[in-house]
Design a protein around this ligand. Structure first.
Ligand code: SF4
Length: 127
């Protein structure tokens, strides 16, 4: 795919649940949760400094092929928000360990937290 991209000057929109696949492939990554954009950044930035709790959980689940490497996996608990009739506010709220009343009282929007790095999370936006 990368050869084709170079040869034909293509732009790919690549959708996956496995962030490790896109780490060396994508220039920019948009993370979505139940149809909501939660984080967007250049690939390197996202892997070095994930800010949204869902992105952090996704990255912690990537297997590392080193038996001596101890990575603390962030388990996502709680029930899923209905994708058919989602409740207002952050759709990750029912599974987020940092949820507060603000999270479900207003719609979250992506805000640029550092150059080119956008996050949709009240905890990140209002520390
Ligand atoms: S907005 Fe609230 S519930 Fe959603 S990810 Fe941020 S802290 Fe968690």
């Amino acid at each position: 795919m990368q050869d084709l991209q170079d040869e034909l000057h293509l732009t790919y929109l690549f959708i996956t649940h496995d962030l490790s696949v896109v780490k060396h492939f994508a220039t920019d990554i948009l993370v979505m949760y139940l149809g909501q954009m939660v984080e967007m950044a250049p690939s390197k930035t996202l892997f070095e400094n994930p800010m949204h709790p869902y992105t952090q959980a996704l990255l912690s689940a990537i297997p590392v092929p080193d038996p001596d490497f101890k990575m603390e996996r962030i388990a996502m608990k709680g029930e899923l928000t209905s994708p058919i009739n989602p409740e207002p506010g952050c759709r990750f709220a029912k599974r987020c360990p940092y949820v507060s009343q603000v999270c479900t009282s207003r719609e979250m929007v992506l805000i640029e937290m550092e150059p080119g790095h956008f996050v949709s999370c009240q905890m990140v936006q209002n520390p």
